[in-house]
Design a protein around this ligand. Structure first.
Ligand SMILES: *[C@@H]1O[C@H](CO)[C@@H](O)[C@H](O)[C@H]1NC(C)=O
Ligand SMILES: *[C@@H]1O[C@H](CO)[C@@H](O)[C@H](O)[C@H]1NC(C)=O
Ligand SMILES: *[C@@H]1O[C@H](CO)[C@@H](O)[C@H](O)[C@H]1NC(C)=O
Ligand SMILES: CC(=O)N[C@H]1CO[C@H](CO)[C@@H](O)[C@@H]1O
Ligand SMILES: CC(=O)N[C@H]1CO[C@H](CO)[C@@H](O)[C@@H]1O
Length: 310
């Protein structure tokens, strides 16, 4: 009895350790992990058919018409291609993030803490197999690979939440220290940008203020414009780059879940700037676009049937 229990415990600890090692939010534990956690800034130059870099940015919980009426979001649309028939996958937030990198919601139906079994692959497996560098940038995550939620310690407001981090629910990502080392914060975004060390695929999540979740589309629109405007003329960012700015889901649960989505960047032909495209796209189109561009193959899930942006 005793030895059986012991074996069970050690096996469980062995397989769970990587997925849970960076979950403490205590001040001392965070300081210690911040000082020691691995951080990686991989780069590569795999030439794609229509772009060499893909950047996905998610804002939160806004109906299409509401976003379209925001002056800063409509200004951004004028700088690229408005996708006027793009739908999110489901409600609430978390499964939309999960789906955008895994080709499926993988059974996630809520915003609660979730873990997807390590047999489930993601876009990361396809990128790595083809030498395409990747990173995530999650604003206000306290250090690379942090696996819990983080609040602003001055105000108590929400800062960084795990449910808005698409790769963090996948054990196939979090069980791998090199992969955790690429799940970084905005300090690291600035560092990588300034060092001309941005990867070829990235996912960017602003904090709960800037993404509109705890605020409004006005805040999200102003943040998006102020964040993107300098990047659109920064040669460390614009390297045949395609940016998707979208929303995770509509606010209204009873409409068709259409979300305001824009393509931006120097990968877009000049003749397409300021146009709109009414083809039906959804969050799976992100994977389809990336897979097509670098001939990555696919996961055989919804990514295999979604329509790519190009
Ligand atoms: C961001 O992450 C880096 C690397 O782990 C860490 O050194 C830095 O302190 C973090 N920045 C903030 C503001 O927490
Ligand atoms: C979110 O980030 C901005 C800077 O981009 C900062 O001013 C704001 O305080 C952050 N929100 C919270 C709740 O900490
Ligand atoms: C819209 O996107 C689709 C899918 O990539 C493409 O076939 C179509 O030509 C585009 N339409 C316009 C007007 O650019
Ligand atoms: C960051 C930014 O450019 N914000 C603008 C959002 O739109 C309003 C209304 O046009 C401007 O006043 C802000 O400057
Ligand atoms: C515009 C362009 O070159 N699109 C190509 C993207 O990749 C797919 C599949 O590899 C091609 O069929 C497209 O022509």
């Amino acid at each position: 009895m005793w030895s059986a229990a012991c074996v069970f415990v050690s096996v469980w600890v062995g397989s769970a350790v990587a997925q849970t090692q960076y979950t403490s939010t205590g001040t001392a534990a965070v300081a210690k992990a911040r000082a020691t956690a691995l951080t990686e800034s991989p780069t590569s130059n795999v030439i794609g058919k229509t772009f060499n870099r893909f950047v996905s940015i998610f804002l939160e919980n806004t109906d299409y018409d509401t976003a379209a009426a925001d002056p800063n979001l409509s200004w951004l649309a004028s700088q690229g291609i408005l996708l006027s028939n793009y739908e999110a996958i489901t409600h609430p937030s978390q499964p939309n993030y999960v789906a955008s990198v895994g080709g499926s919601t993988n059974g996630v139906i809520s915003d609660l803490y979730s873990r997807i079994d390590s047999s489930h692959e993601t876009i990361v497996d396809l990128l790595e197999a083809n030498g395409v560098s990747w990173s995530e940038y999650q604003e206000d995550s306290p250090y690379s690979g942090f696996e819990a939620n983080w609040i602003n310690h001055q105000t108590g407001a929400n800062d960084y939440v795990r449910k808005h981090n698409p790769l963090m629910s996948y054990d196939s990502v979090t069980s791998n220290l090199d992969r955790l080392a690429k799940i970084k914060n905005f300090t690291m975004f600035e560092t990588d940008l300034n060092n001309n060390q941005l990867p070829q695929w990235m996912f960017i999540t602003p904090n709960m203020t800037n993404d509109g979740h705890d605020t409004s589309v006005t805040t999200a629109g102003a943040w998006a414009r102020s964040f993107l405007t300098p990047l659109l003329s920064n040669s460390n960012f614009m390297q045949r780059t395609l940016v998707l700015l979208t929303f995770d889901e509509s606010e209204n649960y009873f409409n068709n879940n259409q979300v305001f989505s824009i393509l931006l960047g120097d990968a877009i032909p000049a003749s397409s700037i300021g146009t709109s495209n009414s083809t039906a796209f959804n969050h799976y189109s992100q994977m389809a676009t990336v897979e097509n561009n670098w001939s990555l193959g696919n996961l055989g899930l919804n990514d295999a049937t979604a329509t790519p942006f190009f």
